[in-house]
Design a protein. Sequence first.
Length: 491
Amino acid sequence: MNLAGIDLLAKAPLADGDVFLVGRPIPAADGRTYPVYDPATGELIREVSAAGAADARAATEAAQAAAAGWRATPPRRRSEILHNAFTLMRDHTDTLARLIVLENGKAYRDAVAEVGYAAEFFRWFAEEAVRVGSAFSDAPAGGYRHVVRRQPVGVTAFVTPWNFPAAMATRKIAPALAAGCPVLLKPAPETPLTALAIAALLTEAGLPAGLLNVLPTDRAPEVVSVWLGDERVRKFSFTGSTATGRLLLAQAAANVVNVTMELGGNAPFVVCADADVDAAVLGAMDAKMRGGGEVCIAANRFYVHADVAAEFTEKFGAAMAAVRTGPGLAEGVTLGPMINAAAVDRIRALVADALSRGARIAAQGEVPDGPGHFHPATVLVDVPDDARLLHEEIFGPVAPVTTFTDEDEMLTRANATVHGLASYVYSRDVGRALRLAERLEAGMVGVNRGLLSDPAAPFGGVKQSGLGREGGREGIEAFLETQYIALDWPL
């Protein structure tokens, strides 16, 4: 694979196939392929090798065979490879961004931002790789020593989503490799090409064969069931819907597999009476429209104090109506297509349900004529509490605005969900903002800030939004086991 251009990945099948196994691309064991489409046009990008159960078993064998050597590799060397990957990813930003736009559809500027964000996981965990250490101490009772070691958990298996095809892969791959674990990756069927580009990039960075095995497929249950049923797979990480997460948790329980999950969200965006409304509008555009709203931490419900509701809605509506929608590489476009027709249909159904219950469209952008899975940026007002889009993840560029006057009542509404991934609060009073942030049932809260994600910070939710954390110091901990040794050493 040639990272200098996307032709080999995007324009035609690789001569040797697309299952990345033991450091090289090969066909699926049974020769099966599946189509990948451009969401901006609905046209076929190309057929991609579709891995199956035999490929999943072969990938596990490859990872297990590479595990001992990687575990024994000095942390400094692992760090150097990850630093190389960071540099290569930054050097190929335009190539990777265009590939993301092609298969995911997001606007080019969002794709460039994703590449930068994804690369940072390589840099952050390159630095964390050399900080994993052991502890040696005297037993309090005397007479022997405590040795506490941190060691790699073993073979890891990942399932990543289509909305951030680069960043969701590197957020898992980087800490696993830093900790000394080999990786099995099943990217989303809609966006396999970016994952294959990352595999090529890591190979160029010096990663030994067998440590990253990428299995594109449209038969995920077949592949994942093999991994979760294999006792050699000791860590499983999934990013996706809560419904799928529940099913995978049940499978993982059979072999008591160590699990991290980042699941669905239903983020409230709170604008207090004393908020800087202009700043809140800018933050709302970041929190709602990043990646076209197809983001798990996207603002899903807007709770605006009645005193500033008219001003906020007017300014926010104007900003949303001005959004330019179209193919992600077109000049000036900031909102690309949704991932597929089903996504558009679901968003339309949620909007129709709200309108049938008395909501009104306060502002709406335009969509281009012709093919493509587009939905306009939309602001709804007078949204009743029983509207579905206040209780379901919208995953699109629609913002329902409701008002409040009482903070306690607003918090009750904001917390009335099984999800607890992200929340946002805008207020000029830092004390008030922190008080609200601490009462919001969410794993992450943005205070006067519409962008939350940072590789140096722990990412994850509470309630049914997930288990564990990715990123930050916590990110590498997820791939380490603690071993305690009681050492009887003559004093």
